[in-house]
Design a protein around this ligand. Structure first.
Ligand code: HEM
Length: 208
């Protein structure tokens, strides 16, 4: 078996690859900002790059479980936490870029923009979910929270749906790319259908 318990080297190699790819893209962004090669609207480019990177990493995180199941490589699940943390890392940079470069670090303006613009309200909801998942992602938090941990971490499905809604809503006219993302996210969520159904049912039955 390629990734058996006796050979954690493969998992270490995979984690190293995730660090190299993620930090590599971050380095490319820093270099492009430094060299001023981000085109006519560098601020928008940084916001777009960090937003797309967060969404891409979130989708890859969701793919780990079906791939582990299909390939019968349960050890693959051990890279999920790292990928999830990188999704939050990009979401953090995305918010920092918007708050500082676009709004001049005016916190009250940021708050009023989030309340006034529905696509930003949705983005903020995704951000809060990713934040909660990141801070509770450690083994000790998992032990402390017991059954509540899985319930909270199932909110990743809602975060994914809201993230593609935020993307679709943020564009003015070119909807092709967000629609492609909606289809991809829908496909990935279908592979996780049991978890999605359980979370939706729990959410629905608490309200009605
Ligand atoms: C408080 C949280 C957030 C704020 C304030 C925010 C803000 C923004 C803004 C201002 C834009 C650009 C809209 C434009 O083109 O004018 C944007 C686009 C985007 N955001 Fe967010 N966002 C937030 C959270 C997130 C999160 C958590 C994700 C991903 C999981 C995300 C993914 C995206 C994507 C994919 C785009 C489109 C990028 C593109 O056009 O290429 N955002 N967001």
């Amino acid at each position: 078996m390629l990734l058996s318990k006796r050979r954690p080297t493969a998992i270490i190699a995979l984690k190293t690859l995730i660090h190299i790819v993620s930090l590599g893209f971050f380095a490319l962004l820093v270099i492009a900002v430094n060299n001023n090669t981000l085109g006519g609207d560098p601020v928008q480019s940084v916001i777009h790059f960090t937003g797309i990177s967060s969404l891409n990493t979130l989708l890859v995180t969701l793919l780990v479980s079906p791939i582990a199941r299909w390939t019968k490589q349960g050890q693959l699940m051990r890279v999920r936490r790292l990928l999830g943390l990188y999704s939050f890392f990009w979401a953090l940079l995305h918010l920092i870029a918007f708050a500082t470069l676009d709004l001049g670090l005016d916190v009250s303006l940021l708050a009023s923009e989030i309340v006034k613009r529905p696509y930003l309200t949705v983005g903020a909801a995704v951000w809060i979910i990713l934040f909660l998942l990141a801070v509770t992602s450690t083994h000790s938090m998992q032990r402390k929270m017991g059954a509540k941990w899985q319930k909270l971490h199932n909110w990743v499905y809602l975060a994914t749906i809201l993230a593609v809604v935020h993307f679709y809503w943020s564009v003015k006219s070119e909807v092709a790319e967000p629609i492609i993302y909606i289809v991809i996210a829908g496909g990935i969520l279908l592979t996780r259908w049991k978890g999605v159904k359980k979370t939706a049912f729990r959410f629905y039955s608490k309200r009605f």
